[in-house]
Design a protein around this ligand. Structure first.
Ligand SMILES: Cc1cc2nc3c(=O)[nH]c(=O)nc-3n(C[C@H](O)[C@H](O)[C@H](O)COP(=O)(O)OP(=O)(O)OC[C@H]3O[C@@H](n4cnc5c(N)ncnc54)[C@H](O)[C@@H]3O)c2cc1C
Length: 222
């Protein structure tokens, strides 16, 4: 595999014999790699990487932003999702309230935090928790995610390329990764797809079987 990667213009950044994490330079010509099984988990780059493999992939890159307020006394216990305000937040052990709000600015591939998102987040925070009105913004940052049409992950075999598997489309990847990683690994090793993984199959849109994710703030975005 390492030889194939070296010949093909890609390289292994970490790995054991027969198993590795492959880095593919997107700017260069399509590398030619030979391997039996490949998991494409490129986050916001997933469409570009699927394109290199010559297969279509649902979804698009999108920017999410988060805001942290200066520490305050304990105010919020559990994490809070304000679905009608497209906002979510929680309070860290240090007392910082951290969260974000979604605004109509899609699609975006910039990592720059911006004022409309900051203002929308601050407005939602202050409306729901007026005590936060005087708190100063500690920091605001942006990151890129890969979003699918129904806001659910794309998990499992690609229907058009044998041996290519996906873990993409994650807008709640921190929450979903532990279970998804284990289920995907089991599916790869055993060839049996766990029933908990089946709803997120990559071909679900062709079968008109989108998942419904009412608990995800982003899925209320129109
Ligand atoms: C501001 C913000 C707040 C968020 N809040 C939450 C939250 O509260 N809860 C939650 O569950 N999720 C949250 N998320 C979403 C979460 O970060 C993502 O769902 C998760 O990171 C997706 O994981 P991933 O491994 O699929 O993609 P990524 O974490 O994006 O990882 C993709 C990896 O692929 C690598 N890569 C890309 N191209 C190549 C290439 N050509 N060769 C080799 N490597 C490549 C990248 O460097 C990267 O390391 C948030 C995201 C943002 C931006």
């Amino acid at each position: 595999m390492a030889k194939n990667c070296a010949n093909g213009g890609a390289y292994i950044t970490a790995g054991l014999a027969g198993l590795g994490i492959i880095s593919v330079p997107l700017a260069e010509a399509k590398p030619h790699l030979a391997c039996d099984t490949l998991v494409l988990a490129g986050g916001a780059q997933s469409n570009a990487l699927a394109d290199m493999a010559g297969v279509p992939l649902e979804g698009y890159p999108m920017r999410l932003e988060a805001m942290a307020l200066e520490p305050t006394r304990a105010l919020i216990g559990p994490a809070v999702a304000l679905l009608d305000r497209l906002c979510y937040m929680h309070q860290t052990a240090r007392g910082e309230v951290v969260g974000g709000a979604e605004v109509a600015e899609r699609p975006q591939v910039s990592l720059g935090a911006d004022v409309p998102v900051m203002a929308a987040t601050a407005k939602a925070y202050a409306e729901m928790f007026p005590q936060l009105g005087a708190a100063r913004i500690l920091r605001q940052w942006a990151g890129l995610v890969h979003i699918s049409k129904d806001f659910g992950p794309l998990l499992g075999a690609h229907p058009q390329l044998r041996g290519l598997h996906l873990s993409a489309g994650w807008c709640y990847g921190h929450a979903g990764a532990p279970a998804a990683g284990e289920l995907l690994a089991k599916a790869l090793v055993s060839g049996v797809v766990d029933e908990r993984m089946q709803p997120f199959a990559v071909d679900r849109f062709q079968r008109n079987c989108p998942v419904v994710e009412p608990g995800i703030v982003l899925s209320h975005f129109e």
